[in-house]
Ligand binder design. Sequence first.
Ligand code: NI
Length: 174
Amino acid sequence: MTSLSILLFPDPLLRRTAAPVENVDGAVVELIDKMLDTMYAAPGIGLAATQVDVHRRIVVIDVSDESDSPLVLVNPELVLAEGEGEMQEGCLSIPGVYETIKRPSEVRVRAVNREGEPYELDADGLLAVCIQHEIDHLDGKLFVDYLSPLKRSRIRRKMEKLMRDGDDDDEAPT
Ligand code: NI
């Protein structure tokens, strides 16, 4: 099992826009599988290729309690987003930071799966939030962008201190 290294905020590479995948070939499948390994090992419930410094439109998600329902979204596109909800979000690229973010509560996403087949999926709750959070990553956007500039710069300083001093956080690893 290979874990890829995850870029941390405020790394400017997290701001790149990912390019569409033309063909789900062997190399893409290999990347998907490594991303799933990396996500489960972290552990996390979602990972975008951008976070492992591959700037292509690939997302993996698993919001199941048993971590046994991987969802693969290649070239994901929201075709519908409605309602409004609030949920606490975190991110593998911003460890230890959790903030309540407002987003549409129901989405329909169109994507291509690991087999290269297109599909559509309706989602609400945590899955809807996760899909939007991960698609944001592909567009170089992070959940802290929804916060006030003051709050965001506080988080940036906290992350920079963490990277300088090492992991001195007394919170449980998540
Ligand atoms: Ni994230």
